[in-house]
Design a binder for this molecule. Structure first.
Ligand code: UDP
Length: 243
């Protein structure tokens, strides 16, 4: 799409959403038989799968830690997931996203329970439409719970940004391409921020308002993550095990 004159008109975005509206979300828990935990997550035009393996032996051995588990996160974009074919294999962007996504999840994982072992998280992007790192973190958090990894909380993630001088939640590809700012955020249930990045510019006041908007978005996502897990594990989760 060429740069549209306005990305938002009379308070309605080009895809019909209001400024503070998330894209539709679809969640399926436990979609992969060979993974210990897995999740398929649709976030508007994004389609991602997360697979969790572990706790398991660490290879190569020198990577193991004597007092805690190592958490490894690999974000990968399929070559067919984007408009212009993505060259297969890791690149600067995927290495960065893998690192920040791992750091978004590590604070909630009880790593000290599993010394000398590895918890491996793989996120495969099948279709991308901006916000893939947030979709990946949402999926990975559910896949970790599905794998039975002890966690303090789920992690929920979405982006907020600015288009035509208006703050908007959860940017799509055109808004990301032609907008003024894009700020992905991840939080725990208690509101601890575990990821905060920013592309573009926001004033101090805009930043505060944007963060508030993102936190509300994450809270809504948390409810959907929890509902998806409750659907898969109705008996086990009665009595409010998920915090
Ligand atoms: N994108 C693309 N080709 C690439 C990388 C990204 O077309 O090699 C698109 C894709 O739709 C992605 C969007 O650009 O979702 C925004 O990418 P960004 O780096 O901001 O990360 P994301 O928003 O997906 O977390």
């Amino acid at each position: 799409m060429n740069k549209p004159e306005n990305l938002i008109e009379n308070g309605i975005r080009l895809d019909g959403r209001k400024p503070d509206e998330l894209r539709p979300i679809k969640i399926e828990v436990g979609v992969l038989n060979r993974a210990d935990g897995s999740c398929y997550f649709e976030f508007g035009g994004n389609k991602v799968i997360a697979a969790v393996y572990g706790p398991r032996e660490v290879h190569p051995r020198h990577m193991q830690k004597s007092t805690s588990a190592v958490v490894r996160y690999r974000y990968n974009m399929a070559s067919f997931s984007v408009e212009e074919r993505k060259r297969p294999g890791p690149d600067r962007r995927s290495i960065e996203i893998s690192k920040v996504s791992r750091e978004a999840l590590e604070p909630v994982i009880f790593q000290e329970y599993f010394p000398r072992s590895a918890i491996d998280i793989f996120v495969e992007v099948l279709q991308a439409d901006a916000g893939t790192r947030t979709a990946g973190i949402n999926a990975a958090s559910i896949a970790l719970a599905d794998a039975g990894i002890p966690m303090k909380s789920l992690v929920s993630s979405c982006a907020v940004g600015k288009i035509n001088d208006t703050l908007v939640l959860d940017l799509n590809k055109d808004e990301d391409n032609y907008g003024q700012a894009d700020m992905p955020v991840a939080i725990t249930k208690d509101g601890n921020i575990t990821l905060l990045q920013m592309d573009g510019h926001l004033s101090r006041d805009e930043f505060r308002e944007a963060l508030e908007m993102a936190l509300k978005g994450c809270e809504a996502i948390y409810e959907m993550q929890k509902a998806a897990l409750m659907e898969k594990y109705p008996a086990q989760l009665e009595g409010d095990v998920i915090e």
